[in-house]
Write a protein that binds this ligand. Structure first.
Ligand SMILES: C[C@@H](C(=O)O)C(=O)SCCNC(=O)CCNC(=O)[C@H](O)C(C)(C)COP(=O)(O)OP(=O)(O)OC[C@H]1O[C@@H](n2cnc3c(N)ncnc32)[C@H](O)[C@@H]1OP(=O)(O)O
Ligand SMILES: [Co+2]
Length: 136
């Protein structure tokens, strides 16, 4: 039985990370707790906690990465929602067995040492879903 623990983060695609941070920190009063480049995903990210969940701002590091492609098609905005789970491998196996289209069959390395995997929006009623497992 799959158990979603909480919304881990909401991923927001932006063109200019520094300028987006000026808004989220300067005007909304959130605080960046870490920035990091995740090469495999071709992104530079910043995390800003909001209560029990976080905002993840994502800027593309290349013109052909998933964030660049998303912005090209849709403009800036919410690109994915990430749910926290305990046993990612098992969750992926279970969803696959039930016919859900997985983008990642095996966990990949995400920001902050998390293990992550994406579900295809065609299988999730239009939202790109990230599953992630990490220490609290
Ligand atoms: C660092 C890490 C972390 O948190 O630790 C992250 O978050 S990394 C976050 C960035 N990394 C990722 O997003 C990796 C997973 N994403 C991907 O593999 C890709 O972006 C896909 C989701 C498969 C989309 O690929 P691609 O852009 O090549 O395909 P496409 O444009 O032909 O899109 C196929 C269909 O999916 C839809 N589609 C594409 N991206 C979407 C999105 N973000 N949300 C909802 N729907 C989306 C398109 O509109 C299209 O529908 P129609 O056919 O109806 O037009
Ligand atoms: Co994410």
């Amino acid at each position: 039985m799959i158990k979603i623990k909480k919304i881990d983060h909401v991923g927001i695609a932006v063109k200019d990370l520094a300028r987006a941070i000026e808004f989220y920190e300067g005007l909304l009063g959130l605080k960046v707790t870490g920035t990091e480049v995740v090469e495999e995903q071709k992104v530079k990210v910043a995390f800003l906690p909001t209560g029990d969940s976080e905002v993840e701002l994502l800027e593309s590091t290349t013109p052909d990465g998933p964030i660049a492609r998303f912005i090209e098609k849709n403009g800036e905005g919410i690109q994915h929602i990430a749910f926290r789970v305990d046993n990612l491998e098992q969750v992926l196996e279970e969803l696959k067995a039930k016919g859900v289209r997985l983008i990642d069959e095996k966990p990949r390395r995400g920001a902050g040492g998390a293990r992550i995997a994406f579900l295809h929006p065609k299988s999730t009623f239009g939202t790109l879903v990230e599953l992630c497992e990490r220490e609290d």
